[in-house]
Design a protein around this ligand. Structure first.
Ligand SMILES: [Zn+2]
Length: 204
């Protein structure tokens, strides 16, 4: 969100139902010690306003679910998934496909991360569900499993960069490719992703 506001994105919609906790500050650098206990969206809005007061920041202080996800997604030009659970990831993917809105997806845990862009406007683009089966359980989240903080920063920066590329039509985004980051050895690989012809979300 910081890089997007800095780049001059005119409208950002922040969705989060959580509050700022001391344990977040190591990696969620949009928040400050002075924001402890505040809602994360309001805290982020404060920092973003200091960076670029011309970016309109809208807050959804709720855990998006059901039809609400599509209702919000269809008013956006791109969705950046920074969530920590599979339920919302699948819901965002499905809503993005229905609304034909590109999804910039990422996950980071411990010393590993992955990033990809799913673009329903492109006929050959796979979707998130081509990659992961819905219904799998076992969310791995950062608060319980740990993550090296600068890795989250790297991944967030890559997502912001991909988002700017998608919004501006500049360069070649990570569509049909999965970028894998191994921070332990600092090796980056990218795998080619194929569309799953039986995918219930994106098949024609
Ligand atoms: Zn699919």
């Amino acid at each position: 969100a910081l890089y997007l506001a800095g780049a001059g994105v005119g409208r950002l919609v922040l969705a989060d139902d959580d509050h700022v906790d001391l344990s977040n500050l190591q990696r969620q650098i949009i928040h400050r010690q002075t924001s402890l206990g505040m809602s994360k969206t309001a805290s982020a809005q404060q920092t973003l306003a200091q960076l670029n007061p011309d970016t309109r920041v809208e807050l959804l202080e709720t855990r998006l679910a059901g039809t609400e996800v599509l209702a919000q997604v269809q008013h956006c030009d791109a969705v950046v998934d920074c969530s920590d659970n599979f339920a919302i990831r699948f819901a965002l993917n499905s809503a993005c496909w229905q609304a034909k809105v590109p999804l910039i997806s990422a996950a980071a845990i411990r010393m590993e991360a992955q990033v990809s862009v799913f673009d329903p406007r492109r006929a050959n683009s796979p979707c998130y569900q081509c990659l992961y089966e819905e219904g799998r359980d076992g969310d791995l989240n950062c608060s319980e499993n740990g993550v090296m903080a600068p890795l989250v920063g790297m991944v967030g920066s890559i997502q912001a960069l991909e988002c700017i590329k998608v919004l501006s039509g500049y360069g070649e985004p990570l569509v049909g490719r999965l970028l894998l980051i191994d921070a332990l050895t600092m090796q980056l690989r990218s795998l080619t992703l194929q569309k799953n012809p039986d995918c219930t979300v994106c098949r024609d």
